[in-house]
Design a protein around this ligand. Structure first.
Ligand SMILES: C[S@@+](CC[C@H](N)C(=O)[O-])C[C@H]1O[C@@H](n2cnc3c(N)ncnc32)[C@H](O)[C@@H]1O
Length: 412
C-alpha cells in the first residue's frame, strides 16, 4: 500500500470501523513493524503493509483459539502469515504464484534453532565456494560459465531470455549458487527451497531489471563477488527474522500453491477463524510478468499462474470487456470460497484499491459489494483517498476520486 495519507471515510459497526480506520492509518504511524521479523526479506508487488496486516490479524483473530487458523487465500509474500505467527496463531496461506509460495514459506520457516542455523551455515559455505571459484577461474585466465540445465526448461530458450539481464561475471556467480542449491536439493529439499528464496531476494538487485514492477533495462555496475556476498547477507537477514519469530510459540504456517477459487481443496469448510487478504487490483499488475526473470532463473513452473491469474493487466489489454466480466466472476468465486472456509460468525478483512483498467475506473468497494453471497454481510468498511496520478486517472475516477479500502465481512 502507498504511504500517502488521505482523507478517510468509514461506515458500519462503529467499533469495527474504528479499527479499520486504524489499519489504514497504521503505515503513516507505525514505522517499526515493517522493519521487524521477516518482513524486509523479499520485495513483492502490492505487498500488504505489515502494520495494516498486524491490526487486521488481531481484529479477525479476536476470541478464537490459537489453533484455529487465520487464512490468506492471496498470500503473496506472506505478510498476513508472518503477523499471524507473531501472534502465536496457526495460519494457512495460498497463492497461485510459485514465487509467492516459495517466499511465504521461507518467511515463516519457524523451525528448531539447530535447523534454522543451517540457513547461515549453507549460505556461508556456498558464498565462500563461489568466491573461491571466481578467483580460481581468473587465475587460470579463463572463466568457464557453468551450464545449468533445469529439468523442464529448454536450455537455449532459457539462456536467450536471461542473457541480457546479467553481466557475464554476475550470471556466472548466480548460476554457480543455483548449481550448489541443486546439489543441496538432492540431500535436503526443504532447506534448498529456503536458500532458493534467498537467491530470489537478491536476483533483481544484481540484474539489469529496474524492479519487480518495472521491466525496463538499467545499467548496474555490480562488483565481482557481490552476488555471493549479497546472497549470504540475505540469508543472515532471513535467519535473524526467523529467530525473532521463534520468540512466540506456534506451528509453522501451511502454504499452498492453489487458485483462490479452489480453496476447498486445502481448507475444510467452516474451519477458519478469520481471513486477512488483499486480492489483485483489477487491471493493475501482471504478477506472472513481474516474476518472469525469477521463474526462468530459478526454474519455477508458472503455467497455472499465466492462465489463472485474476484481474491481470494483460487480460484487460487483450480484451477489456471479456476481462471485466472475468474479473467480476473470479472475485465472486473467490469470495464465495472464503465464505465456505470461514467458521460461522467469523470475519474476513479485505484490503483492495480502486484502479484503472484499460482507461476505465474500477471502484473496488462496489465490486466487492456486487460479489457478496447471502452468507456474508458487510459489517464495516473504511476508505482512504489516494492521489490520482495524472490526467488519465483524473478522467477515469472523475468527481468520486480514487481510494484504498479495508472491508470487513462477517460470515452469518
Ligand atoms: C495484492 S497481491 C497479495 C500480496 C500479499 N498480501 C503480500 O503481502 O505479499 C495479490 C496476489 O494474488 C495472487 N493471485 C492472482 N491470481 C490468483 C488466483 N487465481 N488464485 C490465487 N492467487 C492469485 C498474486 O500472485 C498475488 O500474490
Amino acid at each position: 500500500m502507498p504511504r500517502a495519507p488521505g482523507r478517510i471515510r468509514a461506515d458500519g459497526n462503529e467499533n469495527y470501523a474504528e479499527q479499520l480506520v486504524a489499519a489504514l492509518r497504521a503505515p503513516n504511524q507505525d514505522y517499526e513493524t515493517a522493519e521487524s521479523l521477516t518482513h524486509p526479506f523479499h520485495s513483492y508487488p502490492a505487498r500488504l503493509h505489515p502494520a495494516t496486516a498486524r491490526i487486521l490479524v488481531e481484529l479477525v483473530a479476536e476470541n478464537a483459539p490459537r489453533s484455529q487458523p487465520i487464512l490468506d487465500p492471496f498470500c503473496g509474500s506472506g505478510t498476513t502469515l508472518v503477523e499471524a505467527r507473531a501472534l502465536g496463531h496457526a495460519s494457512i496461506g495460498s497463492d497461485l504464484n510459485p514465487l509467492a509460495v516459495l517466499v511465504a514459506r521461507a518467511k515463516t520457516w519457524v523451525v528448531q534453532t539447530r535447523r534454522r542455523g543451517q540457513i547461515r551455515d549453507a549460505a556461508h559455505e556456498i558464498s565462500a565456494l563461489v568466491i573461491a571459484a571466481g578467483k580460481a577461474a581468473r587465475r587460470a585466465g579463463a572463466e568457464p560459465a557453468p551450464t545449468r540445465k533445469p529439468v523442464g526448461f529448454d536450455p537455449n530458450g532459457r539462456d536467450r531470455r536471461l542473457k541480457s539481464w546479467f553481466a557475464p561475471h554476475v550470471r556466472r556467480e548466480l548460476e554457480l549458487i543455483a548449481g550448489l542449491l541443486d546439489d543441496l536439493r538432492t540431500r535436503d529439499a526443504e532447506l534448498a527451497d529456503i536458500m532458493t528464496a534467498c537467491l530470489s531476494a537478491i536476483l533483481y538487485k544484481v540484474s539489469s531489471r529496474t524492479s519487480d514492477t518495472d521491466g525496463t533495462w538499467v545499467d548496474r555496475n555490480i562488483a565481482r563477488g557481490a552476488g555471493a556476498r549479497n546472497f549470504a547477507q540475505r540469508a543472515e537477514l532471513l535467519a535473524a527474522g526467523l529467530d525473532d519469530m521463534s520468540n512466540t510459540r506456534g506451528a509453522v504456517p501451511e502454504v499452498h500453491l492453489r487458485d483462490a477459487r479452489r480453496l476447498g481443496d486445502v481448507v475444510p469448510e467452516g474451519s477458519i477463524a478469520g481471513i486477512v487478504t488483499s486480492p489483485p487490483y483489477a487491471g493493475t499488475y501482471d504478477y506472472a510478468e513481474h516474476q518472469r526473470l525469477r521463474f526462468d532463473f530459478l526454474a519455477l513452473r508458472h503455467r497455472d499462474l499465466d492462465e489463472g491469474e485474476i484481474g491481470s493487466r494483460r487480460s484487460f489489454e487483450k480484451d477489456p470487456l471479456a476481462a471485466d466480466a472475468a474479473w467480476r466472476e473470479a472475485l465472486a468465486e473467490s469470495i464465495a470460497a472464503m465464505a465456505r472456509a470461514l467458521a460461522p460468525g467469523r470475519f474476513a478483512a479485505i484490503v483492495i484499491g480502486d484502479s484503472v483498467a484499460r482507461n476505465r475506473g474500477m471502484f473496488a468497494l462496489d465490486d466487492v459489494r456486487g460479489a457478496l453471497t447471502d452468507d456474508l454481510v458487510m459489517e464495516a468498511w473504511a476508505s482512504q483517498e489516494r492521489p490520482m496520478l495524472g490526467a488519465g486517472e483524473r478522467r477515469a475516477f472523475g468527481e468520486r476520486g480514487k481510494s484504498e479500502h479495508v472491508i470487513l465481512l462477517r460470515r452469518t
